[in-house]
Structure formats: C-alpha cells, structure tokens
Design a protein around this ligand. Structure first.
Ligand code: PLP
Length: 448
C-alpha cells in the first residue's frame, strides 16, 4: 500500500469551533493583529507551535494514573530516570519543568562573561540564557543554510571548519561547551547528520571542550539519518538516537516535543562535579532532585513518550505528514524553506511578498491573512521576532504531534494556496506598541 495513514485511532475528541471571516476580522482588530493575543478557542487549526501541544496516548494517560507524588524518591522519578538513561546513556538525569530551565542551570554553571558558546543555530531561549550569563552565543550553520531554496538533506549541520577557526582564534579556554541542536529548529527544523555530529565531537574532543545536544527533536533527527544518511538504513531510530547521544557529553531536553508531554524537560551529564553544582541550583528554583519542577504524573508521561516517539510507524507518518504539507504548497508555487523540516514547514514570506519591505513585516502580513481567511494560526519568524538580527522573513507552520489528521492538513494546503493566489493584495504592518523584551509576544500592530 502506498497510502501512509495515521498510525493511531482516536478515542477522545476535542471539538473545533468555526468562526466567520467577519468575526475573525474583529478578533484581529481587538488583538492588535498579534496572533498570540487571540484566544485559542477562536482558532480553527493551531500551528503556532509543536511544543507542549501533542496528543498523549492511552499508555501515557494510564501511566499518569500511576504518578507517585511523593516529595522525595518517588517511583515515578525512578521510572523516568530509567527511560532517559536507557535512551541517552547519561548517568546524571536532572528533571526540569521545561527545556529552558535545563538551559538556565547548565549555562549558569558553565558560562561567564567573555565566553563564547557555538551552536549550529541557537534557539531563542538558548541564546537568551547564554547571553544572560554575559557569554556570547555564536551560530555556525553551514553556508548552504543561508539559501532557503537549496535542497540538501542535512541542512541543519554545523560548519565544522568555522568551529575550528573559532576555537583557533579565541582559544578553547573561552569556549565552555559546544552545542548541536537536533533538529535545527531555528534553521528550518532541518536535521544534523551523524557524520556532522561525529566531526564536531572529534573537534571538541581534540580541544577538551564538552559537546552538548539540544535534543528536543532527537527522534525526528534520528529518522532523517535512517532515511537519508548512507549506512543507517538497517538501524532502528532508537539505535541511531543512542549513537547520537553517545557522541555527546550531555544534553538539554524539552519533553514538550519528542516526548509527547505537555510539559517537562531534563538536563543530563556524566560529570559528577558538574551534576552536583547543577543539582544545587535545581533545588533553588525547580525543586527536589527527584521531581525538579514536575509532578510525578508528568515524569510518567515523559518516560512513556520517550519510548513511543521512536516507533518507526509513528516517525514515518510524522515525516510523511509534514512533507505532504510542504510539497503540496511548494509544488504549487509557494516558496518554502527547502526541504520541509521534521516538525514544521516554513514559508519564505520575503520571497512570496516582495512588495512588502522587511520593515513592514511580510511574514506577519501572511500570518494575519491566513488567520483572517481560514482561522489558521501560524507564527512569524522574521523581523518582528528578531528585529535587525533576522536572516529571513519566515512564516512557520508547526505541526503538533498526533493532533491533526490528513483532512486538516488538506484544509491548510487549500487555504495557503488561496492566499498565495492573491498575494499581491496583502499589505504590511506597523508596530503601534511594544514591550521592552520579546516584543513578538505582546506587541500591537496596525495595517498600513
Ligand atoms: C531547539 C529548542 N531548544 C530549546 C527549546 C526550549 O524548550 P522549552 O520551550 O521547553 O523551554 C525549544 C522550544 O521550542 C526548542 O525548539
């Protein structure tokens, strides 16, 4: 059979509420054309993020009932730690309430003013947590990543030569760790090859610098390796993921992605002294080391999710569904970041709407129109989010895991193609009020 189906059936449903174009016009006006400020009940298909939005399985819900809420030494922690150790091989497993808490703890211990932290591409919380310590976050994507249209399979890779140059120029003492984000979210959700992880590992080893994975989407990355990297077709996604982790000295993890959990994260290391310092910080702000800011039931959901996400049938369907969306719009003329990523499709709004200058936020104009036209929420990743630092004007359509069916995706394709047809009529936006930090969350805009 050629048709790839959702490898699950649906037991609990959540109704979607339709709104009329006129209602959406008013909602947009009230929200200052900022989709973060629109109530979720007024969204038909929510592609704002794949983070914390997964549907949990019957096994996860059943495990949650087993949640042991003891303050110290809960059974749930031991099951969680076993699942993480089994996957990653790391000795110390520190639970946190989400990925950014793991980042804050790691960087507070390792980074100082004057330090540099290289990454293929830093996610925004990773960058912010590094820079909060006075260190500098440096992105080292491969040069091909600058071209949204280049179709190469491992476009999320780090530029290994650039890493070597940076180490030569600054000296290893100023680089407390190197990170690799798998998959590379800010770089289009594109994967990192095993070869690239091995090369970065070898450079780090040569200079005594620890290598960390920002492993939120490790399973999607492992699947890409199995499919597209020579030599891995016979390995299971789990074996590939285990090999990826074996090349690192530690990891940060947001369980809101590839663990199908609605909340949670962890930090891992094999370094006993580091683990002790991290645990001391954990107790200050997250909680006792056997729950770290999570309920016992959350630990249970993560433990089960980490197993489920590596199911080859699930990963095949996941990639097929994201690729289906990407190919159907791209093959009909919509410029996307090529090739489609593991968790999202990114439309290159700068190319699609060349008549709207960067200063008037073309990707926001597209996001607003997609909502007004069809009730679909997406997110601008461009000058509104990053200001002058933005490299491209992108609109991200992130696909929540196990939530939407084929017909939902068909509806999204249809809506995008209809908006694309009359793209010349879209107009830009101007900011009318904004907070000091992270303006895209709460700023208000007006159409020009
Ligand atoms: C690559 C990457 N790293 C870190 C994070 C932060 O995780 P959290 O949202 O759980 O704090 C995210 C979240 O989207 C991410 O995509």
């Amino acid at each position: 059979m050629k048709t790839i189906i959702e490898p699950f059936r649906i037991k609990t449903v959540e109704p979607l509420r339709h709104t009329t174009p006129e209602q959406r016009r008013l909602l947009l006006e009230e929200a200052g054309y900022n989709l973060f400020l629109i109530p979720a009940a007024d969204i038909l298909i929510d592609l704002l993020t794949d983070s914390g939005t997964s549907a949990m399985s019957t096994e996860q819900w059943a495990a949650m009932m087993r949640g042991d809420e003891s303050y110290a030494g809960s059974d749930s922690f031991f099951r969680f730690r076993e699942a993480v150790r089994n996957l990653t091989g790391f000795r110390h497993v520190i639970p946190t309430h989400q990925g950014r808490a793991a980042e804050r703890i790691l960087f507070s211990v390792l980074c100082r003013p004057g330090h540099l932290v290289p990454n293929n591409t830093h996610f925004d919380t990773t960058r912010a947590n590094i820079e909060f310590t006075g260190a500098r976050a440096v992105d080292l994507p491969i040069p091909e990543a600058a071209d949204t249209q280049a179709r190469i399979p491992f476009k999320g890779n780090m530029d290994v030569e650039a890493l070597q140059r940076l180490i030569r120029e600054t000296g290893p003492a100023r680089i407390p760790l190197v990170m690799l984000t798998v998959t590379n979210n800010s770089g289009g959700g594109l994967p990192v090859s095993m070869r690239n992880i091995e090369d970065v590992h070898a450079v780090c080893r040569g200079h005594g610098i620890p290598l960390y994975l920002d492993a939120c989407r490790f399973a999607e990355n492992a699947y890409f390796i199995q499919q597209y990297e020579p030599g891995f077709a016979a390995n299971s996604p789990k074996q590939i993921a285990q090999k990826m982790f074996s090349l690192a000295d530690g990891c940060t993890f947001s369980a809101k992605k590839d663990a199908f959990a609605n909340i949670g994260g962890f930090l891992c290391t094999n370094d006993d002294r580091l683990a002790e310092q991290e645990t001391n910080l954990l107790i200050l702000t997250e909680g006792f080391p056997t729950y770290g800011g999570l309920a016992g039931r959350d630990l249970e959901a993560i433990a089960v999710g980490l197993e489920e996400v590596l199911d080859p049938d699930y990963l095949r369907y996941r990639m097929a569904s994201v690729t289906y969306l990407g190919r159907h719009i791209a093959d009909n003329g919509v410029p996307i970041v090529e090739p489609p990523g593991g968790h999202a499709v990114y439309i290159d709004a700068g190319r699609m709407l060349p008549h709207i200058p960067r200063s008037q936020f073309p990707a926001q104009a597209l996001a607003v129109e997609l909502y007004r036209h069809a009730g679909i929420r997406s997110v601008e990743i461009g000058s509104l989010m990053f200001g002058d630092e933005a490299r491209h004007e992108l609109l991200r359509l992130a696909i929540p895991r196990r939530v939407y069916t084929q017909s939902h995706i068909d509806y999204v394709v249809e809506a995008i193609l209809e908006v694309h047809e009359r793209r010349d009529s879209l107009r830009g936006f101007q900011i009318v009020s904004q907070p000091k930090f992270l303006r895209h969350f709460t700023c208000r805009l007006r159409p020009l």
